[in-house]
Design a protein around this ligand. Structure first.
Ligand code: PMP
Length: 432
């Protein structure tokens, strides 16, 4: 969902604009005088949210270290991760339990390691290592998640931005066209549900097309980063198609890596992560990872099992997160609508879930908005960070992350942000 902007600032005559600029400059100076220090940069859970899982700190308990099959979780081994934990997350991530691995505390590290291993060792179905390909490339739907882009940048993988459709959805026509056109294109980053930062979800039909599309590279992989699979903000629990199944049905079982974690379910720094894929991909991955570790932290797996109990337990915990987060998202929406609605200088997303609001300001003003905000003590994600190489060609996208600050701080910070958006827009309009 995206607000519909109407033209208003641009319809003002230059005298009215100049008067508005004076007013906004004064408001901004007052705002600056408050000497605030507020941060809307990263999608971190708040301390209150982390408290929901404090029981974990006392689990599994002094005498509790045996898994259901008798495995001593304190010891080495068990590369696949604890079966009972994988069972809990199998329906949530829509991956059959025998095709789902549970790992350590970060899905980002799984993504990093998958790319790194694909650079160094040919993937199932691949003819060469990616490092032997001249200029390997990835499709990067934009705006997207900066840490995905950092992985590509680190390994010298060229990033090809894919702009959304008019409706803000994944442009699957363009993805199909590009993937079929060039064997250098080895993969695509996708956050299928409640995406970072736009909150958009991949439709069932688009998922089917992704699973079945022709790719020039035989070892093309979808990095299906389901980081927000259970992170609803409304009663409308959005679903996505089971991509592992779709790929298998399309005869392209090895096409997808599904990633997930409990970073925004339990503890962001001490949760568990998951990798789901085809048997061949998992065998490839486990073969390599076995040289790196003798097994994941199964004690953490066990305490997560004791705490979450079952898939329903995860959903119940997510209700508490929703109760905490929804008022924060509502606050941001309220201020955006009240202050920027009808100005024609901004549009923004309103997602059914996830952690972000994606704000588009007047073209060519995002860096200025971020600079102004910084000078007024409000830290925003750096300009361009939602684009590959940090380059937003229209210099207009800003990712807002409302989860961490208390509502009162969020209110103050957002009032500052909208002021900066308006001031930068008016300056720009007068300049042009
Ligand atoms: N993927 C996406 C889309 C994210 O937004 C985040 C966290 N901001 C992550 C992955 C990081 O996941 P993890 O904590 O499991 O490494």
């Amino acid at each position: 969902r995206r607000s519909a902007p109407v033209d208003e600032f641009s319809a003002l005559g230059s005298e009215a604009l100049q008067a508005l600029r004076e007013e906004l400059r004064k408001d901004y100076a007052h705002f600056q005088d408050r000497g605030l220090k507020l941060d809307l940069t990263r999608g971190k859970p708040s301390a209150e949210q982390l408290d929901f899982s404090n029981e974990l700190l006392g689990l599994p308990g002094a005498q509790d270290f045996k898994a259901a099959d008798g495995t001593d979780t304190r010891n080495y081994g068990g590369l696949h991760g604890l079966p009972e934990l994988r069972e809990i997350f199998s329906p949530l991530l829509q991956v059959p339990v025998d095709q789902l691995l549970a790992s350590d505390n970060s899905s980002l590290s799984l993504m990093h390691d998958l790319v790194m291993h694909a650079m160094l060792f040919a993937l199932p179905g691949g003819e060469t290592r990616w490092v032997d390909v001249q200029r390997p490339a990835f499709l990067c739907p934009v705006p997207g998640y900066d840490r995905h882009f950092s992985i590509c940048e680190k390994f010298g993988i060229e990033m090809i931005p894919v702009e959304p459709t008019e409706d803000g959805l994944l442009d699957i026509d363009e993805v199909e066209r590009l993937a079929a056109s060039d064997p250098r294109i080895k993969g695509i980053w996708l956050v299928p549900k409640y995406s970072n930062p736009t909150g958009v979800t991949v439709s069932d039909r688009t998922a089917e097309r992704l699973a079945g599309m022709t790719t020039a590279a035989p070892d093309f992989r979808i990095f299906w980063d389901d980081a927000y699979s259970v992170h609803h903000l409304t009663d409308h629990r959005v679903t996505v198609a089971p991509i592992v199944q779709l790929c298998a049905e399309a005869g392209k079982a090895d096409r997808v890596f599904v990633l997930g974690s409990t970073s925004k379910i339990t503890f962001a720094g001490a949760g568990v992560s998951f990798l789901g894929s085809s048997p061949a991909n998992l065998q490839w991955y486990l073969g390599h990872i076995a040289k790196r570790t003798i097994g994941p932290d199964k004690t953490n797996h066990l305490r997560h099992v004791r705490f979450l109990q079952d898939s329903e337990g995860v959903q119940k915990l997510m209700e508490r997160h929703r109760d905490n987060l929804a008022p924060k998202f509502a606050k941001v929406q309220e201020i955006l609508a009240a202050e920027l609605g009808g100005t024609g200088v901004a549009s923004w997303t309103e997602a059914f879930g996830g952690y972000f609001i994606s704000l588009d300001v007047l073209d060519g003003t995002a860096s200025e908005v971020i600079r102004l905000a910084k000078e007024a003590g409000i830290a925003l994600t750096p300009a361009g960070s939602t684009y590959p190489y940090g380059k937003d060609p229209r210099d207009r996208n800003i990712r807002l992350a409302p989860s961490f600050p208390p509502v009162a701080d969020l209110d103050t910070a957002m009032r500052g942000v909208v002021l900066c958006v308006k001031l930068a827009a008016v300056e720009k309009l007068l300049e042009g």
